[in-house]
Design a protein around this ligand. Structure first.
Ligand code: KG4
Ligand code: ZN
Length: 347
């Protein structure tokens, strides 16, 4: 089975082909440079760029794969959460192509796809506990199967990646800042700056990272540091701050995942996905936690942690293997709205 995946939920236009569960080819047009000037994604610019790129990317994918559109048997598309205008570009392109080729379409939950990307290079074991930590979400799921995921906890305000990006912006790093903080953190001392561990003094599995920036800024002010990393007295001090900040996030994620594992003690593995899963320190810590609990630890390779179309195509392939698809009149769901469970069985 040849499944095309389309991803346009934020600022990456991406297409990929999965053939019988294996990546055949993938193409991506990133808008990072365009948006970095504004310090974040500008929705109108993002949808315009998707519209500009998607047709040419599809032609490029067909050319490099040596396949014809008629060889495609399923189309999987990210239907949300994400930016409405951006999702509509991918969704409309996918619907038009499915109609033209007269093949089934599968509307994929972008967050589920982040987690299922763990299966691209590993074999998936169910049930599992999954953490997806990205620029827009910090969600903990119990995963019973590709089509049965139960949300156990989520970010109530800023997402985990957003916390990295906001602090990074304050430190003078370009957007998205997570990878720069990660690089500096690896060279620093995590115990050098004292920062609070947010939203742990409760019994739930939700997260709140919005207070962390205020706490960090007052720490800077106390030390007489201004909002530009050139004002740190030494590069070591910048590294130390990044290490301390990274440590706080790692500890919070670790604690909530441990708590989730206590009430889901039948799971076989721990999955970690989304842009923040590329973080060296957090990845090691969660792998260690899984090992201590006797669980296997799955995370996508680095290029499939951030937004990509292989995860959408792979999810489409998994769902198609269960004979599932979506009706052609499915709706695009922007961030903040519940994604309906409207997969239908086909022959
Ligand atoms: O999954 P993703 O590409 O897009 C969304 O769906 O949001 O995640 C992007 C987020 C950004 O906030 C970025 O700063 C963060 O992932 N990120 C990282 C690292 N690489 C990307 N955060 C921490 N450490 C990293 N190495
Ligand atoms: Zn994402």
């Amino acid at each position: 089975m040849l499944c095309l995946g389309i991803e346009t939920s934020c600022d990456e236009t991406a297409l990929a082909l999965i053939e019988n569960g294996k990546i055949l080819n993938e193409v991506l047009a990133s808008q990072a440079t365009l948006h970095s000037v504004f310090g974040g994604v500008v929705p109108e610019l993002a949808s315009r760029e998707h519209l500009r790129s998607i047709g040419a990317l599809f032609d490029e994918l067909m050319a490099i794969s040596g396949k014809q559109p008629e060889n495609i048997s399923r189309i999987a598309v990210a239907r949300g959460p994400g930016l409405l205008g951006s999702l509509l570009v991918g969704g409309s392109f996918a619907k038009a192509l499915a109609l033209t080729l007269a093949i089934p379409i599968i509307a994929v939950n972008h967050l589920h796809a982040h987690l299922l990307a763990c299966g691209i290079n590993n074999s998936l074991k169910f049930p599992a506990l999954g953490l997806v930590a990205s620029g827009g979400h910090t969600h903990i799921y119990r995963i019973n199967s590709p089509s049965d995921m139960i949300l156990l906890g989520r970010s109530l305000d800023d997402a985990c990646g957003e916390a990295f990006d906001k602090i990074g912006n304050f430190l003078g790093f370009p957007y998205p800042a997570g990878k720069f903080i990660d690089e500096c953190a690896q060279k620093g001392d995590p115990n050098s700056f004292s920062l609070p561990l947010p939203y742990l003094d409760n019994a739930n599995l939700d997260f709140s990272f919005s207070g962390l920036k205020t706490a960090a800024v007052s720490t800077f002010t106390e030390k007489g540091i201004h909002s530009d990393h050139s004002h740190f007295e030494t590069p070591e001090e910048l590294n130390n701050f990044c290490a301390s900040f990274n440590e706080v996030i790692a500890k919070v994620l670790e604690k909530k995942i441990s708590r989730a594992l206590e009430s889901n003690n039948d799971v076989k593995s721990l999955w970690f996905a989304g842009g923040v899963a590329a973080n060296t320190i957090i990845r090691k810590r969660l792998a260690h936690l899984a090992k201590n609990k006797g669980l296997s630890f799955l995370a996508p390779d680095f290029q499939h942690c951030t937004d990509n179309a292989a995860m959408i195509a792979y999810t489409g392939w998994l769902l198609a293997s269960e004979d599932l698809a979506t009706k052609l009149d499915f709706e695009i769901i922007p961030r903040g709205k519940r994604i309906p469970e409207d997969l239908v069985h086909i022959q």
